[in-house]
Design a protein around this ligand. Sequence first.
Ligand SMILES: Cc1cc2nc3c(=O)[nH]c(=O)nc-3n(C[C@H](O)[C@H](O)[C@H](O)COP(=O)(O)OP(=O)(O)OC[C@H]3O[C@@H](n4cnc5c(N)ncnc54)[C@H](O)[C@@H]3O)c2cc1C
Length: 380
Amino acid sequence: MDFTLNDEQTAIRDTALDFARARIAPHALEWDEAKHFPIDVLREAAALGMAGIYTREAFGGSGLTRLDAALIFEALATGCPCVSAYLSIHNMCAWMIDTYGSEEQRRKWLPGLMRMDWLASYCLTEPGAGSDAAALSTRARRDGDHYILNGQKQFISGAGNARDFYVVMARTGDAGPRGISCLVIEGGAPGVSFGKNERKMGWNAQPTRAVIFEDARVPVANRLGAEGEGFRFAMAGLDGGRLNIGACSIGGAQAALDRALGHMRERRAFGKRLDEFQALQFRLADMATELEVARTFLWRAATALDARAPDATRLCAMAKRVATDAGFKVANDALQMLGGYGYLSEYGIEKIVRDLRVHQILEGTNEIMRLIIARGMTAA
Ligand SMILES: Cc1cc2nc3c(=O)[nH]c(=O)nc-3n(C[C@H](O)[C@H](O)[C@H](O)COP(=O)(O)OP(=O)(O)OC[C@H]3O[C@@H](n4cnc5c(N)ncnc54)[C@H](O)[C@@H]3O)c2cc1C
């Protein structure tokens, strides 16, 4: 087992780190405050191949591995976890098209997604179905060569822009997961409207809106795979999504830790620099250790997903749980190291804490991660 990155992986990570330093980090606080969704910068990332990291090269993707993706999302998140996390959602949707779409669907949609002419949103959650996503009630009724869609999706990241592209899980059959299909809806379709941009604790550099379907007509040709396969596709997408979100937590927390270290080298109390107090050195040691444990385990889960190992879903759930909990704790501890300055927005750490908090909730809460992990341990 080799835990060192090869030359190609190092180059991939360094490209993403350079991009984060030059194009994301300098604006992250301003985007958070102004609730600005930096579509132009996302398209620059797309030009570097980051919109389809694990989409096949034949359709304009980068054809890289899940481990490569983890390196990229961690690096981008050192600039802004929220921007990195939106790119992760876009990548997840592109992968679903590449993996479950027909040849014609891939040709039609993937080139635009790879340039981010289309900005993808993943639409699973509903007002009455969050953790229990298989209970969703958005209904797609067949009418000739169209579906008529009615219902509402809740908390949809990136929604409400002119060039939206929705990957929607909707009920075409009976209750339960096997009655769900996956439909693609292009932005501007009649019958699709949006709720307000939600006011949130963090993740302000991307919009979060309800997406409402009122007799929206969707061509049957926009269905991925067969009727009834949508829930399976949605869950498979989330395996990789959870790794990416975990990587975003690690990147954000690493940036917070680095800032805290810089501050502690300068700041003095009781006649010493803060980094000379052994109690704080021990805290720093624990923070660095927790991040390294999470990172190393996330790479293990990514390798399992790349190898299509039978326990990959379980390992991805473990990695998401461990990385998002460690990321939030380390960022929050970093804030504490700055004392009152940590609480001021200009020092940049409180924003990271706010951004990382939601990673313990979305793409399946960390309670649901435990549920997935325990499923393999108990008979229930
Ligand atoms: C900023 C943001 C962005 C999001 N983006 C998207 C998106 O792009 N697309 C999308 O589809 N969704 C998105 N979500 C939705 C997110 O995935 C859900 O909020 C999440 O899955 C939890 O669902 P819920 O909010 O309905 O909570 P609930 O399901 O109501 O859960 C409430 C609490 O109960 C716990 N709980 C529930 N069931 C169990 C159980 N069986 N055992 C133990 N504990 C349990 C949960 O862990 C949680 O703590 C987003 C959410 C946020 C906040």
